[in-house]
Design a protein. Structure first.
Length: 181
């Protein structure tokens, strides 16, 4: 996720355990003018407390990500989050169908997927990524880089499609991939 960078983790805890939770919790509040806002609460940071009582990971500070996600989800609301998820699902499946209809590109796995899928390419995935970058497309992730012990994976490309992509963008991506096949 995020090329090994920060990610978001969600879990629930009883109130009695909240002060033992590692990391940050984003909470809603109201400022002195009555405006709704968001704050980070229960910040158990090594810089703030004695080392022997530390519970969070000293290598990561994902507070900004958690706050941004909390704001995004509150703005989107329940219906907006459902709509975004449905668009991710539909657009990813549309992209999958378009790409796997290109001769030489085929489904790598037959498992259900949400917004990420893997295709087997007619040439090494690293070459596909490079050639597509030259055309200003981020085509996906070369899985061969992460599975060097499995030579077959050098032709596998992991592709993610979110609600932000349009049908036209997906069609353009497929057209450019077709030119590589």
């Amino acid at each position: 996720q995020s090329f090994g960078g920060p990610g978001l983790g969600y879990f629930a805890a009883d109130k009695k355990f909240m002060r033992n939770v590692p990391g940050r919790i984003a909470g809603a509040t109201v400022d002195n003018e009555g405006n709704r806002g968001f704050v980070l609460t229960l910040q158990t940071r090594e810089q703030h407390i004695r080392r022997e009582r530390a519970t969070s990971n000293i290598c990561s500070n994902q507070a900004l990500n958690a706050l941004a996600a909390a704001v995004y989800m509150s703005i989107m609301g329940r219906e907006g989050m459902v709509e975004a998820a449905e668009q991710c699902l539909q657009k990813a499946h549309y992209a999958f169908d378009k790409i796997t209809s290109i001769p030489g590109f085929e489904a790598a796995f037959e498992a259900p997927f949400f917004k990420e899928f893997t295709v087997k390419c007619p040439l090494p995935a690293g070459e596909v990524v490079e050639k597509m970058l030259a055309k200003r497309y981020l085509a996906g992730i070369d899985l061969g880089r992460y599975y060097p012990e499995n030579p077959e994976m050098k032709n596998h490309l992991l592709i993610a499609v979110t609600e932000k992509r349009t049908k036209a963008e997906i069609d353009d991506l497929a057209k450019e991939l077709e030119g590589l096949a």
